[in-house]
Design a protein around this ligand. Sequence first.
Ligand code: C2R
Length: 181
Amino acid sequence: MSTIQVLVLIGSDSDAPVMQAAVDLLEKLGIRSEMTVASAHRSPRRLARLVEQAPSRGVQLFIVGAGAAAHLAGVVAAHSVKPVIGVPIDSSALKGLDALLSTVQMPPGVPVATVSIGRAGAVNAGVLAAQILGVSDPAIARRLETYKKSLEDRVERAAAGLTSGARDQASVPSSASSKAF
Ligand code: C2R
């Protein structure tokens, strides 16, 4: 079995398209991870085995994505002292509100660090995992600085684009501009 830093668990393969965003983010930040399916409801023995084997594979934290009555992240947290980040998936008729409440409302002593519903939550789970690992790994912390800078640069470009767009608009003769609308 290969060595990984983060084990990404999903309740069903139907969650994979959303949770791939977490895997992609981890890869971008140079963090080794693996995503696999295990359900607390449907395959409790497989889940227990994966969580039990995780420390021997080097796993330092879990990212867990599940929808509907999402008990998966809580059960992982019950079986491990490693941090667990939960991503509620919008796969049911309730569009993830059910998964959000089942994931976030853990009893005292067994936290699941719950991020937002769906793809944005999957991205943030990857960033939060990197931030946790970055506390003791300067190389990851440096890559996070670069990542944050890229977010800032994107906003600067968007702002510059809007400003030049407005300038172009203002330079159009008034008769032409009124025709455009
Ligand atoms: P299917 O698409 O396989 O029917 O699954 C999965 O995460 C998925 O979003 C529907 C939804 O059921 C969720 N599921 C859980 C658990 N196992 C599967 N929440 C669990 O153990 O918590």
